[in-house]
Ligand binder design. Structure first.
Ligand code: ZN
Ligand code: ZN
Length: 318
């Protein structure tokens, strides 16, 4: 009897231990997975990482407040926004996140400064946004009596690889990536929490630094750029765009070397012209499969991932 009890206790302890992580303790949600192309099904690039009670946003493309509303995360609850680089599709949602997150309804209510961390350029961007929206802030302070601290901005910037954020067991490391000679700075990030990790490539071509920092990571969130060969043969501007991104075949090489538990395409740049269609997502996967045989998912807006003993994937259900 005693031994049966011991077995039962051990059994339930094992269940608790195995589910301790799995219950939303470390979670990623893709808020936007598009390129700059305006489309209703994919919003601008942005990823939410939730670790313990912290909510970290990586890039803020078009439509972030709408996506946060869909998953019931108040904009005002975000702890920090991390910026990968300054292409407009990655930052155009910032004023919306900053100012709508300050409003009085439950989706807002930020009462402390909006914290932003990015490579050099973050301070200038945020100072200029504060100038651009000065009248809105003044009006709402006077008219709606919103708390002034909630409209304030705390921007930090860095100029080399290293830890850029550390709080209650959550560590964020930034690393330089190669997005093109004229597109600097550009960085990726790795988030470490309780022995598990999520790595975001940012926008980059094939880069050894991504392999290095993503090595052994649980979830590798990677960009990808693809075009049909006939389009590339016909267009120098298209060749230039593709040269700023990682092709599916190259991404497969990154995944094969970094060996994540799961790789996901989360910023999908598909080129087309009036005459030549963009490649399909099946084409992208097939080309990736030439260099990578491991776990791979093509991301969609609001797809989420639990980083537990394994990495589980959940498509969004309304
Ligand atoms: Zn870019
Ligand atoms: Zn981009």
């Amino acid at each position: 009897m005693k031994s049966m009890l011991r077995i039962a206790v051990a059994f339930f302890a094992a269940i608790l231990a195995s589910t301790g992580y799995a219950q939303g303790d470390f979670k990623v949600t893709l808020l936007g997975t598009a390129s700059p192309t305006p489309r209703p099904d994919r919003f601008g690039p942005s990823t939410l990482v939730e670790a313990g009670d912290q909510k970290l946003l990586f890039d803020a493309g078009r439509g972030v407040p709408i996506r946060l509303r869909q998953i019931g995360v108040p904009i005002g609850r975000l702890d920090v926004l991390f910026i990968t680089h300054y292409h407009s599709d990655h930052v155009s949602g910032i004023p919306d996140v900053w100012l709508t997150g300050w409003l009085a309804p439950p989706y807002g209510r930020r009462t402390s400064p909006f914290r932003v961390i990015g490579p050099v350029g973050a301070k200038a961007l945020m100072e200029n946004l504060q100038r651009a929206y000065a009248l809105d802030v003044k009006i709402r302070l006077e008219d709606e009596k919103l708390p002034p601290e909630g409209a304030a901005v705390a921007a930090e910037e860095f100029d080399k690889d290293g830890v850029v954020y550390e709080k209650n067991g959550v560590k964020v490391t930034a690393f330089a990536v190669e997005h093109g000679a004229a597109i600097k700075p550009a960085v990726g990030y790795r988030v470490d929490y309780k022995g598990r990790s999520v790595t975001l490539s940012g926008d980059t071509r094939y880069d050894e630094n991504v392999v290095k920092h993503a090595s052994g990571t649980d979830l590798l969130i990677h960009e990808v750029g693809a075009a049909r060969p006939e389009l590339l043969a016909a267009s120098v501007p298209m060749q230039r765009i593709i040269a700023h991104h990682t092709t599916p075949r190259e991404a497969g090489q990154v995944f094969s070397r970094a060996k994540p538990k799961l790789a996901v395409y989360a910023h999908i740049v598909l080129l087309s012209s009036e005459k030549i269609a963009e490649p399909t997502l099946d084409d992208v996967v097939a080309e990736t499969r030439q260099t990578y045989a491991g776990p791979l998912v093509v991301g969609e807006d609001l797809m989420s991932f639990e980083i537990g003993d394994t990495v589980s994937v959940k498509p969004y259900k309304k």
